[in-house]
Design a protein around this ligand. Structure first.
Ligand code: PLP
Length: 378
């Protein structure tokens, strides 16, 4: 059996090596390393894949979120609502800009924002919501967008884990993750569903005005060369990464299918097991399984992890600590116990290996050992 990894980029690269190597070579020979034709091409290809008017490439997913909040013109002290169960970047950019992060709990099935909790958290100072499409499925955008409209709030989707996922509205309209809010943000970090071979990210928007603003902000607040209209940042996707991404974009749907197939194998094996909660897939979103995250409802997590690791199965805890219990984000507004769903999920979650190259032998090994461990340590 091949070694099992959380993410197997080696085998994935081997399969597309000729295409990738050729594109990298082209950039090397062109020497157009920054803002070259490869960047323009990838931008256009991603726009048409997503069905969104504008893609603005940038340096990474965290920058994409920061630039989105800057482009929306939020002011110091404005409140921005996001999930307490997410990767830190979603809240980090809010704090970094001097805005006020307002954390809310999650839905126990999807692990995405609990819409009723968001509604309760809105105050007259609230300016935006950052729904995180966690682990690869969309947050419940229809009620969130209705709430945003009613209370005049912006929506910045954190689609870093969900590129390619779709959401279906009750009128039948289907949108890709990141294309529904005022901005959508994604990351091309190597292990993300569309990952490059370094750092990269992008913003998506259907607004010409916001796109123009974001393009200026990622380029030092410069709209006319050497005239700086606002304080910006330097955040670019380089040409080599764009060329790699353009190749991988052509495989993205087939990659998502491979992830869904692995997820289906897991769920079939685990769903009869009372001690495990398999990922729920909401009926109106297509899951792209950035992670396959289970809850261990009764078993001792440390012992299960040790058992798995001894049998050469890596497992990870995404995430062990909710944001309101992180040292850097401790705040007198929040106490342990305030967000019981997130706290419980942090105590019980484990994520299994999930990538495009899992084969049946590996899946069999992983599922058999987890079922044994759960039985042993319940
Ligand atoms: C990866 C990730 C980010 C940040 O992306 P980087 O490219 O690493 O900066 C932000 N939010 C979520 C939910 C992520 O998973």
């Amino acid at each position: 059996m091949r070694d099992i990894r959380m993410v197997d980029l080696q085998l994935q690269y081997q399969k597309i090596k000729p295409e990738i190597d050729k594109e990298i070579q082209n950039v090397l020979e062109s020497t157009a390393f920054i803002n070259g034709p490869a960047v323009q091409r990838f931008q256009a290809d991603l726009e048409s894949y997503l069905g969104v008017k504008h893609v603005i490439p940038c340096g990474n997913g965290t920058d994409a979120l920061q630039v989105a909040l800057m482009a929306l013109g939020l002011q110091r002290g404005d409140e921005v609502i996001t999930s307490t169960f997410t990767f830190i970047a979603s809240a980090e950019v809010i704090a970094l800009l001097g805005l006020c992060p307002v954390l809310v709990d999650i839905d126990p099935n999807s692990f995405n924002l609990d819409v009723q909790a968001v509604e309760k958290a809105v105050t007259p100072r609230t300016k935006a919501i950052i729904p995180v499409h966690l682990f690869g499925q969309c947050a419940d955008m229809e009620p969130l967008m209705a709430l945003a409209k009613k209370r005049h709030l912006f929506i910045v989707e954190d689609a870093c884990q969900a590129i390619g996922s779709t959401y279906r509205f009750s009128d039948g309209r289907v949108c890709k993750a990141g294309t529904m809010g005022d901005f959508g943000c994604t990351s091309f970090f190597p292990s993300k569903n569309l990952g490059c071979y370094g750092d990269g990210g992008a913003l998506f928007t259907n607004s010409d005005e916001l796109a123009q603003k974001a393009r200026g902000i990622v380029n030092h607040g410069m709209f006319v060369r050497y005239y700086h209209e606002m304080v910006g940042v330097n955040s670019r996707l380089d040409s080599i990464q764009a060329a790699i991404l353009d190749v991988k974009l052509r495989h993205l749907d087939e990659y998502a299918e491979a992830r869904r197939k692995a997820a289906a194998y897991y769920t079939k094996a685990f769903s009869p097991c009372e001690g495990l909660q398999c990922p729920h897939t909401a009926p109106n979103t297509e899951h792209v399984f950035h992670q396959y995250t289970l809850l261990l409802k009764t078993a001792n997590r440390e012992k299960v992890i040790a058992y798995m690791n001894e049998r050469k199965v890596p497992v990870m805890i995404y995430y062990p600590v909710p944001l309101h219990e992180q040292k850097a984000y401790k705040d007198e507004r929040y106490r342990k116990g305030d967000f019981p769903v997130s706290e419980q999920v942090c105590r019980q979650c484990i994520s299994l290996p999930m990538h495009t190259e899992l084969d049946e032998e590996q899946l069999e090994h992983i599922t058999r050992n987890l079922l044994e461990a759960v039985k042993l340590y319940q």
